[in-house]
Write a protein that binds this ligand. Structure first.
Ligand code: AGP
Length: 616
């Protein structure tokens, strides 16, 4: 959602800002704009352009009507909340000498707007952002220094916001502010950057600064000052980004999603890397909870959204099995509204690839208010959710750009498994050799995923055969159930088709009624080592086939029992039951990606979706 870039330095600000916006495109948006502080015959002035639609529309407009050369600028890709995605509502919004871009929702904007209109301000857009521009222009009448005026305005705002502001009277300065919405600073040499995330400036610097809650940052070419909303200087955390610009590029692949699917063996291997200490025990580096604290945990609640929620559903089976600690999995957006029972011995585990998902962030805050301990599993260094948690396990999947999560999901499952094994270790519930055995099985997973990738032609061909279908069903049991849900979600997101996942056992309780002649049904068959589960799912396949379904069966090598009932077979490498999601999800990702491509959809940025959902 909304990408933001700010720049001051010696380069062409327009080039830096447009380049940054391009790298942030993955977040999802529906209009784009820039503002530069340029030198005119009558002094410095704000030059701006904005357009509805893709960044290409803005770039086209700039080609026709170029902006003057400037070294200070801000830019924005907007994901509409207040007002339609048109030119007028696109950011920046300008009032007097300031241009403002914004991510988030100003909750008291209606009151503030009424106040401004009564005072004679004419607002041109329907956005909450324009209100901020006008408030700021007013404040500058009495508080001429931009940083002071920004702090004063921020104190009046309610809700979630990242603001980035350029001022014609301060040509070498860009000011940013954040509350409940992401903003990071990039430290350069004679230049500095602001961005919604480090991708905005990764081409120029890998040195970044985390901004805390309710902080204002002022960047000039040579200085970065951070204060709270009252102007008190605050300590900041600096960090080095451990990936470079090439990681955020397609690297020869046609789509980010294809690249990220192909990176899954590496993502799993990297997430497993360095998890042993010299004594051969499992260690989780970033874990800030002591073993004593973990020994006291008697309940685990996993909170997450979307694909991350399904990773949590998979994890529950392993965590309960290995630790014997009850584990609930709940959608972040539901969690805090149901009065959950939490106390000091509850471990709340949040899972978020981006670390910025507002529903999950709010659930994390709620859990901490209730005195639960919060551990976050996250893929994004320096993002808000891990910063606000008691402990963190980072997945090392590298930047995930495509809106549909792929490698993020697999890495999350692996991180959850590490957590489960670690808890079993500190609670003395598993011997060292048992843990090593499971770690060895996990270590073999990257090769198994690679096998699935190498055999993917059959999946792509199948997508071609099913390209005209309107409705798909996915069915699984045990850890195959969340895989079925994830397969259906991928297809919804990318192909905009009806797709539903359900537990095999539920079939006869309703879903079987929708099975008709030719309905494609994907079935994830559990490994044969789980005899009863496997048998039961084979029965489910027979049941849908008897009603005319076209069955697509994902089944491990050597299991031929189901072949008589399979219209199509996708072979999976043999892995233990709990690890099967790590291989079974991959063909479903490839299927959705291929089908959506054949339908001509924008796979990396599907309609209506954003990568980072920073509003509730
Ligand atoms: C996944 O394909 C989706 N785009 C979406 O469900 C995503 O997993 C969800 O929004 C949670 O995001 P997070 O992991 O960044 O919190």
């Amino acid at each position: 959602m909304c990408g933001i870039v700010g720049y001051v330095g010696h380069r062409s600000a327009l080039d830096v800002v447009l380049g940054g916006l391009q790298r942030l495109e993955y977040r999802g948006y529906d209009s784009a704009g820039v503002a530069l502080v340029a030198d005119g015959s009558d002094g410095m002035f704000l030059a701006s352009a904005k357009r509805a639609g893709k960044l290409a529309n803005l770039i086209g407009a700039l080609d026709e009507q170029p902006l003057p050369v400037a070294h200070t600028g801000i830019g924005h890709t907007r994901w509409a909340t207040h007002g339609a995605p048109n030119d007028r509502n696109a950011h920046p919004h300008i009032s007097g000498r300031v241009a403002v871009v914004h991510n988030g929702i100003i909750e008291n904007f209606a009151t503030l707007r009424a106040e401004l209109e009564t005072a004679g301000h004419e607002l041109l857009s329907e956005t909450d952002t324009e209100v901020v521009a006008h408030l700021l222009a007013d404040e500058l009448q009495t508080t001429p220094e931009l940083p002071d005026a920004v702090r004063a305005v921020c104190r009046r705002l309610k809700g979630a916001f990242t603001l980035v502001i350029a001022d014609a009277d301060h040509p070498d300065m860009v000011v940013g502010a954040r509350r409940n919405s992401p903003l990071v600073v990039g430290r350069g040499d004679g230049e500095n950057f602001l961005g919604s995330d480090v991708a905005a400036f990764i081409e120029f610097t890998r040195e970044a600064i985390e901004l805390g809650q309710d902080q204002v940052v002022v960047i000039t070419p040579d200085q970065i000052d951070v204060t709270d909303f009252d102007g008190n200087a605050v300590e900041v955390t600096e960090y080095h980004v451990n990936w470079d610009a090439s990681a955020a590029e397609k690297g020869g692949y046609e789509l980010f999603m294809l690249k990220e699917i192909a990176e899954q063996p590496q993502a799993v291997a990297d997430t497993l890397l360095g998890r042993y200490n010299a004594a051969g025990e499992l260690q989780l580096d970033e874990m800030r909870l002591s073993d004593d604290e973990l020994r006291n945990i008697d309940k685990i609640v996993i909170i997450a959204c979307g694909t991350s929620f399904y990773a949590g559903m998979v994890a529950k089976y392993a965590i309960e099995h290995w630790t014997r600690v009850p584990c609930e999995v709940e959608l972040s957006s539901e969690f805090r509204y149901r009065d959950p029972i939490l106390d000091r011995s509850t471990l709340v585990v949040s899972i978020s690839q981006s670390g910025e998902t507002m529903d999950t962030l709010m659930a994390v805050r709620y859990a901490r208010e209730q005195r639960a301990r919060v551990l976050s599993i996250c893929n994004t260094n320096g993002s808000t959710i891990p910063r606000e948690s008691d402990a963190v396990i980072y997945t090392h999947a590298g930047p995930e750009i495509a809106v549909a999560s792929t490698k993020g999901f697999l890495a999350q499952v692996v991180a959850c498994y590490l957590l489960g094994l670690y808890l079993a270790q500190v609670k003395g519930l598993k011997y060292g050799d048992e843990i090593s055995q499971i770690m060895a099985e996990l270590a073999a997973v990257p090769a198994a995923i690679q096998r699935v990738l190498d055999d993917a032609d059959v999946v792509r061909k199948l997508a071609g055969e099913l390209v005209n279908e309107q409705s798909f069903l996915f069915l699984g049991r045990h850890v195959g159930y969340p895989v079925a849900l994830e397969g259906a979600l991928k297809l919804k997101e990318l192909a905009y088709l009806h797709a539903e996942g359900f537990a095999g056992g539920e079939l006869k309780h309703g879903p079987i009624a929708v099975v008709d002649d030719g309905t494609p049904v994907f079935a994830i068959v559990p490994p044969r080592s789980r005899d009863r589960l496997q048998d039961k799912l084979v029965s489910n396949i027979q049941e849908v086939r008897a009603r005319g379904a076209r069955t697509i069966v994902l089944v491990e090598d050597g299991d031929d029992e189901v072949l008589p009932y399979a219209d199509h077979v996708i072979r999976l490498p043999k892995v233990p039951t709990l690890l099967q999601p790590l291989v079974a999800t991959v063909p479903l990702q490839i299927f959705a990606c291929e089908l959506a491509s054949q339908l001509g959809h924008d796979v990396d940025q599907p309609r209506n979706l954003a990568k980072s959902v920073t509003v509730e």
